[in-house]
Design a protein. Sequence first.
Length: 251
Amino acid sequence: MTRFVSDHNPAMPQMKTFVDNLTRNGVPADSEVIYRGRNTVFTTAHNGSLLNIKAFKKPSAFNAIVYTTLRKSKAHRSYLNALELIRLGFNTPRPVGFGEEINGLKLGKSYYVSEQINAQNIRNWEDKPDSEALLKALAGEMARLHKAGVWHKDFSGGNILYTFDAEKGYTFYYVDLNRMQFGVTSRRKLMSMFRDMNHSAAETERIARYYAQETGQDPEIVVKEALEAHNECKRTRQRKQRFKRLFKRAK
């Protein structure tokens, strides 16, 4: 038996029908693919708003049951984490809602919907003409996140967006929120957010020093912790690449 579970932002009652229809009928036919990877992101217009729909890949048979019995789905977590992030005073594209198709005890299709924003990501910040000002602002924002106990496991260049206004300065937005936690006090966990911000160790050290300035900490200790996280990320990525190569040979 198939059932459909959905919810929408109570501040956006006009989106209830859209989220319900998406959950039951899938992505609207006139939507445009803007990213295709493990998951697929679409953009679509609705009642004058431009929306992003993140369609999650169907989970494995094991996880399909886990996501209906033991923990919330990635789509549901993305939605709840976005609401909590905003409640804490941080930014993310405005959450619209989420939807799930559940077959018996197994999660099938699932979606997270948010408003699209006009922003750029921080990838290759070293090539940006305002990189020094940008990094100082981002270091201050990281300090705020850590003080609030916010841990974003996927704190990578593509998941950190920003806008700039001459009066307001930099405003940061975070996406890919399903692996986010709140109330985190572990320093090791919080400092792991330096792991994948930039592919360059020198650039990771650079922002770590700005972070030390913002927080009043010993810069050498901060840099050491940031580079440990960065290097562990590189080693993990290399191990995965070696495994993939071995798997391809075995086939």
